[in-house]
Write a protein that binds this ligand. Sequence first.
Ligand SMILES: C[S@@+](CC[C@H](N)C(=O)[O-])C[C@H]1O[C@@H](n2cnc3c(N)ncnc32)[C@H](O)[C@@H]1O
Length: 250
Amino acid sequence: MSPDKDAAVKPHPVLSDYYSNESERRQRVDDMFDSSAVYYDKINSIMSLGSGIRYRRQALLRAGVKASQNILDVGAGTGGVSLLCQEIVGETGNVIALDPSEGMLAVAKTNGVKNTLQGFGEHLPFPDNSFDFVTMGYALRHVTDLNLLFSEYHRVLKPGGKILLLEITQPQHPFRRAMVKLYLKRIIPTITLVFLGSAKAQRLMQYYWETIENCVPPKTILSSMELAGLSTVNRYVEQGIFSEYTGIKE
Ligand SMILES: C[S@@+](CC[C@H](N)C(=O)[O-])C[C@H]1O[C@@H](n2cnc3c(N)ncnc32)[C@H](O)[C@@H]1O
């Protein structure tokens, strides 16, 4: 049976410790990001041991982000990826940072992101063929439907345009997988509580791990990209854990 374009592909099942249905999920996820926005950059730099920005820059350059492009950064959060895109595209390019969380976008503006817009990846408020690049850093797990997301990406990309999705994927090797689980499930939430003093941010980091552990496998993500009409879809893995998904609109 061939895959159905109209059937929803959820990035992970209902996580009943956090919400009981889809509409509750949307509210909870937005609340968690809103209330943890001021802690997000600190958590991120502790979690990545300072390598987060460097790695993101390498991934953007590897994917071919360059000067003068028009870029949409979806799930922009506090603007980690958007700021790097702004730096790479320069004065002759343009970057729009889109995110549903007002709290995260407020921090993004303070961080220096020039253009922010509240919205969801699954319903992009842009005409067809608008962007050279669509980027998404660690936000894929929070959308409602991968098929809808990728068909929107395909729609707003110009012909020849490209997407780059950054995601954390569980390592293949059982020992590495156990180490990553210990780190993200136990150590990071504990550090978040102890050093930042926020139970809400701790809850967000617990949720962060749950969504990684329950995320659909990479092949589901790749076939959803193909189903949306993207070509040359690919997954490059860095350090066994950082997945970079790319695809082109022909
Ligand atoms: C882990 S943060 C990633 C932030 C940033 N991209 C980075 O690289 O650090 C995930 C972001 O996804 C956003 N998000 C949640 N649901 C979304 C959706 N349906 N569409 C777009 N973004 C969404 C959240 O508000 C949050 O800011």
